[in-house]
Ligand binder design. Sequence first.
Ligand SMILES: Nc1ncnc2c1ncn2[C@@H]1O[C@H](COP(=O)(O)OP(=O)(O)OP(=O)(O)O)[C@@H](O)[C@H]1O
Ligand SMILES: [Mg+2]
Length: 505
Amino acid sequence: MNELSARDLIGASQDAELAFAPDLTIIACSEAYGRFHGVSCDALVGRPIRQAFLDDGARERLIASLEGVCRSRRPHRITSLAPLPAGGGKTALDATMVNMPVLGADGGVKWILHSLIVEGGPDRSAMALALEAAEARLRSILQTVPDAMIIIDDRGRIESLSTTAERLFGYSMAEIAGRNVSQLMPSPDREQHDAYLKRYLATGERRIIGIGRIVVGQRKDGTTFPMHLTVGELRSAERHHFTGFIRDLTDQQLTETRLKDLQSEVTHMSRYTALGEMASTLAHEINQPLTAISNYLRGSQRLLDRIDGEQTPLLRDALGKAADQTLRAGHIIRRLREFVSRGDSDRRIENLARLIEDASTLALVGAREAGITASFRLDPNADLVLADRIQIQQVLVNLIRNAMESMTEAAKERRLEIATAAGADDVVEVSVADTGSGLAPEVASHLFQPFVTTKRKGMGLGLSICRTIIEAHGGKIWVEDRPGGGTVFRFTLRAAEIEETGDGG
Ligand SMILES: Nc1ncnc2c1ncn2[C@@H]1O[C@H](COP(=O)(O)OP(=O)(O)OP(=O)(O)O)[C@@H](O)[C@H]1O
Ligand SMILES: [Mg+2]
């Protein structure tokens, strides 16, 4: 949220004013204040109150008042000698000083506005003057804040809204001012809002003030949208206002939904491919013993031919059936393998940059927290490839997750670089480089085989899935040590070009 500074608030003020931080450091000073005391504002801004003013009773009275304002969050007025800035040229004068808290969106005191009114000014009360000035400034701020902001009174009536809020809700200030703010929300909040407000004013129990929540807003045309709402409270002497800061979440939610879809697509596919990978490994591993069993059975049958006895034909028959069943088992496994590895590959012309972007959004979840920075070097000449989008994303997700895992243990430098390059013969090369631990020597030579892992919770399937997919795409995948430490995985894909359609028009 774009915060207003105390300087913005005081900058153009015609009155003698200072702004204090809650620790009573001076953070802004109006020209008029400097002129009044014959001191330059630069000499005051940035200084703690005890350094800025001469050590006397007037200073201590001001400090006590400001401290009281911080505690009570209510304005306070004192009539006393005005405290004199150190190095100023004037003598002390009787003055009225109004100290007004400016509350932040969290409900705490953000700064204190100190106005100095010298006796003999216009006969309106100093408080009324100060309030009027503050309100005028607030109005001008509302026209310029980039945020959607709404101010309501203690009965929920809209007092003003920023230009951005007008645009967001589709109402103009003139048509909505004075109406109940519940008009900007759908049911059931619409009917409940007055009750929420009453309850807060009666109990002081905060449900949204200073906390912020995601709620639903309703535009003039009746459409609704998700928004993040933070409510702050402004209290002046006898009036109570609430400020609402609104962030439109429409875009953000769209991204999140898209990310979820993508995630479930890719994880679904990766389970499917993992199954295929396991089936083909199993088929391979089980076929050998099955062949051996079948050979032994045939051998035994032949041995039986040389043995006489009543039961031998029966035995021979049983052995023959056992051998047939062994073969059948082999067939079943082979069929399973074909079934899964055939997977419905759906190859189309894809935009490689887009594909990489999607896959990295998925895979890089948690990267920032792990201190990993990711960069992309995408060759504009390697733009289109012939690929099954989901499968190639799966390859990228596997490689990126491996790269991140290799960096999160020890690596000091945690950099991930994804690059593409157009090569010769319509081949595009994609690389995923990390600054991680490098390859463990015991696995380096057979990384791409299934069930090879150095991780406690690893399945050792990631890279073998990558190889299956890339080879099915007619590409190659391999690994290199990264100069300077870490690992680079590279794979190739077929480049594609959008052909001119010949059927003209
Ligand atoms: N970027 C890398 N840096 C260092 N070693 C790596 C890297 N990528 C893979 N390896 C090594 O190769 C092994 C096999 O990786 P693979 O992705 O096939 O399985 P895994 O990550 O252990 O388990 P999973 O099936 O969950 O992916 C890893 O256990 C690791 O030792
Ligand atoms: Mg892995």
